[in-house]
Structures are given as C-alpha cells and as structure tokens.
Write a protein that binds this ligand. Structure first.
Ligand code: PBG
Length: 344
C-alpha cells in the first residue's frame, strides 16, 4: 500500500513517513496534555446553595461553600489534582482597603478547610491579591494622593493574607498582584510563622491584559458595563518581553517555587523564552478571555470546540508550560475519563 511507484519524484527526505499512521504519529509525539498538569480555577461564594452560572463564562459557575466539597470530589474523581480558589464577595462586603481579605472566617479560609477535610490530597492553591475584596477593584491599597496603588502597604497585607491561607491549609499561595518585592516578603513571613512548606506560585509575568474581562465579571471587580480598572502601573506592559523575564528572575531569586506566565496563549513567546532561562517549573494561565473566545466561537458554529480547546492547551504545553491553569480542566478531564472507560 505504501510502495512508491518508481515513476515518483526523487525525494530523499519524506517527512510524511513519520505522519503515515496514527501509531507512528503517536511514537514521535513531542508533547502531551496530561490531566495531572491541569489546575481548575474555582469561583467560591459564601451564600447560596446551588452553583450560580456566570454569564461571561458559559459552563463555569460560582460555587457555594455548601456544595464546594462535593464539586471538588467530582473533579478529583475525574483525575484533577489541583484547584485554585477565587472568592466572590457581595458588594457590601467590599471596601477601599479590602479588609475582608484578612477575615479569619472569610470565604477562602472556609473553602480551603472544607476541601481539605474531604480531600486532603487535592492540591489547593489560593490567590493572593486584594481585587476580590476592594470596592475599586484594584489589587492593592489605593493611594489617592499619588493616584496609584501603594506597593509596600499592599505587600504588608499580602503577607498576612498568605499566612492566613497557609493556616487554613493551602498547599500554595499564588500572589497575582504584581507588587514589587512581595515574593521575598511572603516567603520570609511564611517561614517565620511556621509554614516553611507552603509554596509560592508567583504570577511572575502577568500582563495588563484585556483578556481578564470575563473574570472581572465573575468576581465583581468591575462595575457592571465596564471591564474594570486600568492596572498598568503594576501589571506588565503587553509590549515587553525583556521586562517580563526580569520580573520572573527576581521572583525566582526571592524564593518562588513555580513561576507563571499569564495570559498564556497570547504570550507563548514569553513562556518559551522563560523556559530557556529558568529551571523552576513553569505554569501558564489560560485566562477567562481566552476561554470565552473559544466557547463563543464554538457556540456560533465557527470552530470545533474540542479541537480548538485541545490545540490551545497543547500549544501552551509545547511552548514550555509544565502546569496549566484552565477553565477547560473539568471538560478535558471528563472527556479523557469517558475515553478511558471505553477501553476497559
Ligand atoms: C487579579 C486576577 C486577575 C485574574 C486572576 N487574578 C485579573 C485581573 O488582574 O483583574 C484573571 C484570571 C482570568 O482572567 O481568568 N488578582
């Protein structure tokens, strides 16, 4: 079947030899998407019972504390081994300083405890930043006089927040705020408070991206009808790769255990370059806008959802990510689980 008639073209290098059958393509596959490597973001709200749909993220819900352990058990049974938690507070719980972030009975503390009680081996990551708690939606303390976010005042609070999350039982804290010096300060504080084994996943290269729009609706950090505040005095400029690498290098020196690039798809160049520069594991966050684009196009019938989804995730792997934070985690895991069942 594969014999080439001699009248064929004289061509010594035939790359299609390696693409001939799916068995051969499997042998030479260079990267793989493993469920082990996925982190599922979960939105958690204090009140309520049933999961509440999020308009800007079809298929993703705000989970109530009550059903959270059940939901996590479902994810765990599908093979998902890590989640990252984002709190959704009602507007009356927010204030300019984000005080609720340090509430010992706050929703994140309760959520971590509830998950760990049920599933001690599920890796729980918490987000360390003030935007879910502040009335203005910035990640830190707003200084009206200088008209920007106060770096050092914010870092002091982030350190307390990290200790609180560690106390609740988080495996990793993930500072997503982009303040200077926060990784070193958090590391020191965790160590001195008796949490030397709570890790830090640093959002090292987090860009001031418009792809965060749906997330801001999900946690209510933007006024309705707006896409939220401008964070370009602390998040990276979309134009700068060298600066991103520098930021990542500092986070590594300050003691980060894992570095993250965010968003993922539009910043594969940063991911690939960082992969060559660091020996740390690399995470990439396929953010809400990346998810929403694929889902919306698929809903219009313009692209094939599962294939574009997998291609987007494989591209992130290929560029150098070890672990991927993605809203598709549950969907991909569910699909894998059903394929597995077919062969047993
Ligand atoms: C902020 C934060 C953001 C996301 C996670 N943490 C967005 C922002 O900077 O407003 C976005 C995640 C996503 O879009 O999925 N601390």
């Amino acid at each position: 079947m594969w014999e080439n008639p001699s009248r064929g073209l004289s061509c010594r290098y035939r790359l299609r030899r390696l693409r001939k059958t799916s068995s051969i393509r499997g042998l030479v596959r260079e990267c793989e998407l493993e469920i082990d490597h996925l982190v599922a973001p979960i939105f958690v709200r204090e009140e309520g019972k049933d999961p509440e749909p999020i308009a800007s993220l079809p298929g993703i819900f705000r989970h109530s504390l009550q059903e959270l352990p059940r939901y996590c058990t479902r994810l765990f049974e599908l093979g998902i081994r890590a989640v990252v938690l984002f709190p959704c507070l009602s507007p009356e719980r927010k204030d300019p300083k984000g005080k609720a972030a340090l509430d010992e009975k706050g929703v994140v503390v309760q959520a971590v405890r509830a998950i760990k009680a049920e599933l001690p081996s599920l890796c729980v990551v918490t987000d360390v930043a003030l935007d879910p708690y502040t009335s203005h939606g910035h990640d830190g303390i707003w200084d009206p006089e200088r008209d920007w976010v106060d770096n050092d005042a914010t870092v002091a609070i982030l350190c307390e927040m990290a200790v609180l999350h560690a106390w609740a039982g988080a495996d990793f804290v993930a500072p997503s705020d982009m303040m200077d010096g926060r990784v070193g300060a958090i590391r020191e504080r965790l160590d001195s408070q008796g949490y030397p084994y709570t890790g830090i996943i640093s959002y090292a290269a987090k860009f001031a991206s418009a792809y965060y729009g749906p997330f801001r609706e999900a946690i209510g950090s933007a006024q309705p009808g707006s896409f939220g505040v401008d964070k370009s005095t602390y998040q990276l400029s979309v134009t700068n790769v060298r600066e991103a690498l520098r930021d990542a290098k500092l986070d590594e020196e300050e003691g980060a255990d894992i570095l993250m690039v965010k968003p993922a798809g539009p910043y594969l160049d940063v991911l690939a370059k960082l992969r060559e520069k660091t020996l740390l594991p690399l995470a990439a966050y396929q953010v809400s806008g990346e998810y929403a684009q694929i889902v919306a196009a698929a809903e219009h019938g313009w692209v094939e959802r599962a294939r574009v989804r997998d291609e987007s995730l494989l591209a992130i792997k290929r560029a150098g990510a070890d672990l991927i934070f993605t809203y598709f985690a549950e969907e991909v895991a569910r699909e894998r689980a059903s394929q597995r069942d077919r062969f047993v």
